[in-house]
Write a protein that binds this ligand. Structure first.
Ligand code: ZN
Length: 170
Protein backbone atom coordinates (compact mmCIF):
# COMPACT_ATOMS: atom_id res chain seq x y z
CA UNK A 1 0.00 0.00 0.00
CA UNK A 2 1.06 3.53 -0.68
CA UNK A 3 2.02 5.39 2.46
CA UNK A 4 2.50 9.07 3.08
CA UNK A 5 4.87 10.69 5.55
CA UNK A 6 3.15 13.34 7.64
CA UNK A 7 5.22 16.27 8.90
CA UNK A 8 4.25 18.77 11.50
CA UNK A 9 4.17 22.52 11.00
CA UNK A 10 7.93 22.65 11.47
CA UNK A 11 8.77 19.85 9.01
CA UNK A 12 9.37 17.23 11.67
CA UNK A 13 8.11 13.73 10.86
CA UNK A 14 5.20 12.80 13.10
CA UNK A 15 3.41 9.93 11.45
CA UNK A 16 3.05 7.62 8.51
CA UNK A 17 -0.45 7.49 7.13
CA UNK A 18 -2.36 5.86 4.30
CA UNK A 19 -2.85 7.75 1.03
CA UNK A 20 -6.58 7.96 1.86
CA UNK A 21 -5.94 9.76 5.13
CA UNK A 22 -3.45 12.02 3.36
CA UNK A 23 -6.03 12.88 0.72
CA UNK A 24 -8.61 13.81 3.37
CA UNK A 25 -6.10 16.06 5.15
CA UNK A 26 -5.21 17.72 1.85
CA UNK A 27 -8.85 18.23 0.82
CA UNK A 28 -9.76 19.70 4.19
CA UNK A 29 -6.83 22.09 3.92
CA UNK A 30 -5.27 20.61 7.05
CA UNK A 31 -2.14 19.63 5.15
CA UNK A 32 -0.23 20.67 2.04
CA UNK A 33 2.33 19.10 -0.25
CA UNK A 34 5.68 19.26 1.53
CA UNK A 35 7.72 18.73 -1.63
CA UNK A 36 8.39 21.16 -4.43
CA UNK A 37 5.40 21.36 -6.75
CA UNK A 38 7.29 20.13 -9.80
CA UNK A 39 8.86 17.19 -7.94
CA UNK A 40 6.89 14.58 -9.83
CA UNK A 41 8.97 11.71 -8.42
CA UNK A 42 7.53 12.34 -4.98
CA UNK A 43 3.95 11.87 -6.18
CA UNK A 44 1.98 8.67 -5.70
CA UNK A 45 -0.55 7.92 -8.40
CA UNK A 46 -3.75 6.41 -7.05
CA UNK A 47 -6.34 5.81 -9.72
CA UNK A 48 -6.43 9.24 -11.37
CA UNK A 49 -5.16 11.28 -8.47
CA UNK A 50 -1.63 12.32 -7.69
CA UNK A 51 -0.82 12.50 -3.99
CA UNK A 52 2.50 13.75 -2.62
CA UNK A 53 4.34 11.13 -0.57
CA UNK A 54 5.25 13.77 2.01
CA UNK A 55 2.69 16.23 3.34
CA UNK A 56 2.87 18.78 6.08
CA UNK A 57 0.26 20.04 8.50
CA UNK A 58 -0.89 23.62 8.03
CA UNK A 59 -1.45 24.13 11.74
CA UNK A 60 0.52 23.71 14.96
CA UNK A 61 -0.04 20.47 16.77
CA UNK A 62 1.09 19.42 20.19
CA UNK A 63 2.38 15.96 19.39
CA UNK A 64 1.40 13.55 22.13
CA UNK A 65 4.15 11.28 23.36
CA UNK A 66 3.70 7.84 21.88
CA UNK A 67 4.78 4.96 24.02
CA UNK A 68 5.87 1.96 22.01
CA UNK A 69 3.75 -1.10 22.95
CA UNK A 70 5.71 -3.75 24.79
CA UNK A 71 4.88 -6.93 22.91
CA UNK A 72 6.50 -9.92 21.26
CA UNK A 73 6.41 -8.44 17.76
CA UNK A 74 8.14 -5.23 18.82
CA UNK A 75 10.85 -7.09 20.70
CA UNK A 76 11.57 -9.19 17.63
CA UNK A 77 11.72 -6.04 15.48
CA UNK A 78 14.04 -4.34 17.97
CA UNK A 79 16.37 -7.35 17.85
CA UNK A 80 15.98 -7.55 14.05
CA UNK A 81 14.93 -11.22 14.27
CA UNK A 82 18.43 -12.12 15.40
CA UNK A 83 18.95 -14.49 18.32
CA UNK A 84 20.73 -12.34 20.86
CA UNK A 85 22.98 -15.22 21.92
CA UNK A 86 24.15 -17.03 18.78
CA UNK A 87 23.70 -14.05 16.44
CA UNK A 88 21.80 -15.97 13.77
CA UNK A 89 18.73 -14.60 12.04
CA UNK A 90 15.48 -16.60 12.20
CA UNK A 91 11.90 -16.34 10.96
CA UNK A 92 9.55 -15.02 13.66
CA UNK A 93 7.98 -18.39 14.42
CA UNK A 94 11.38 -19.92 15.18
CA UNK A 95 12.21 -17.35 17.81
CA UNK A 96 11.27 -17.33 21.45
CA UNK A 97 11.52 -14.59 24.02
CA UNK A 98 14.17 -15.08 26.67
CA UNK A 99 14.18 -13.49 30.09
CA UNK A 100 17.83 -12.49 30.50
CA UNK A 101 17.43 -12.63 34.26
CA UNK A 102 15.29 -15.77 34.52
CA UNK A 103 11.54 -15.52 34.97
CA UNK A 104 11.70 -18.38 37.49
CA UNK A 105 13.73 -16.04 39.68
CA UNK A 106 11.29 -13.20 39.16
CA UNK A 107 13.11 -11.58 36.26
CA UNK A 108 10.70 -8.83 35.16
CA UNK A 109 8.77 -8.53 31.88
CA UNK A 110 10.40 -5.33 30.71
CA UNK A 111 12.22 -4.21 27.54
CA UNK A 112 15.52 -4.31 29.41
CA UNK A 113 15.11 -7.96 30.43
CA UNK A 114 13.64 -9.64 27.33
CA UNK A 115 15.48 -10.60 24.16
CA UNK A 116 14.83 -12.56 20.98
CA UNK A 117 16.31 -16.02 21.35
CA UNK A 118 16.32 -19.10 19.11
CA UNK A 119 14.86 -22.31 20.51
CA UNK A 120 18.24 -23.99 20.73
CA UNK A 121 19.85 -21.17 22.71
CA UNK A 122 16.80 -20.87 24.94
CA UNK A 123 17.00 -24.54 25.79
CA UNK A 124 20.71 -24.32 26.43
CA UNK A 125 20.39 -21.27 28.67
CA UNK A 126 17.40 -22.69 30.56
CA UNK A 127 16.77 -21.07 33.94
CA UNK A 128 20.16 -19.46 34.25
CA UNK A 129 21.59 -16.02 33.81
CA UNK A 130 23.85 -15.53 30.74
CA UNK A 131 26.87 -15.57 33.04
CA UNK A 132 25.86 -18.85 34.67
CA UNK A 133 25.14 -20.35 31.26
CA UNK A 134 28.38 -18.89 29.86
CA UNK A 135 26.46 -17.30 27.04
CA UNK A 136 27.16 -13.77 25.94
CA UNK A 137 24.46 -11.31 24.89
CA UNK A 138 25.09 -9.57 21.57
CA UNK A 139 23.98 -6.31 23.14
CA UNK A 140 22.20 -5.13 26.21
CA UNK A 141 18.43 -5.04 25.62
CA UNK A 142 16.94 -1.56 25.65
CA UNK A 143 13.66 0.31 25.43
CA UNK A 144 13.36 1.86 21.95
CA UNK A 145 12.95 5.62 22.15
CA UNK A 146 11.99 6.98 18.77
CA UNK A 147 8.54 5.65 17.96
CA UNK A 148 8.49 6.71 14.32
CA UNK A 149 11.94 5.41 13.44
CA UNK A 150 10.86 2.16 15.01
CA UNK A 151 7.70 2.02 12.89
CA UNK A 152 9.82 2.63 9.80
CA UNK A 153 12.05 -0.30 10.71
CA UNK A 154 8.98 -2.54 10.63
CA UNK A 155 8.07 -1.58 7.09
CA UNK A 156 11.35 -1.01 5.25
CA UNK A 157 9.57 -1.53 1.93
CA UNK A 158 7.55 1.63 2.54
CA UNK A 159 10.51 3.91 2.97
CA UNK A 160 10.97 6.15 -0.01
CA UNK A 161 13.98 8.30 -0.77
CA UNK A 162 12.12 11.57 -0.18
CA UNK A 163 11.30 10.62 3.42
CA UNK A 164 14.91 10.30 4.42
CA UNK A 165 15.45 14.05 3.95
CA UNK A 166 13.30 14.68 7.00
CA UNK A 167 14.86 12.07 9.24
CA UNK A 168 18.39 13.20 8.50
CA UNK A 169 17.40 16.76 9.30
CA UNK A 170 15.85 15.97 12.66
ZN1 ZN B 1 20.51 -18.74 19.20
Amino acid sequence: MNKVLLLDFENRPINICSWKRALILLMKGKAVNARRLNDIESMIRVENILIPNVIKLTYKLAVPYQELPFCRENILVRDEFVCQYCGKKFPADELTLDHVYPKSRLGPDIWENIVACCKECNQKKADRTPKEARMKLLRRPYRPKDYLMFELKKYPEHIVRQWLDYFEAS
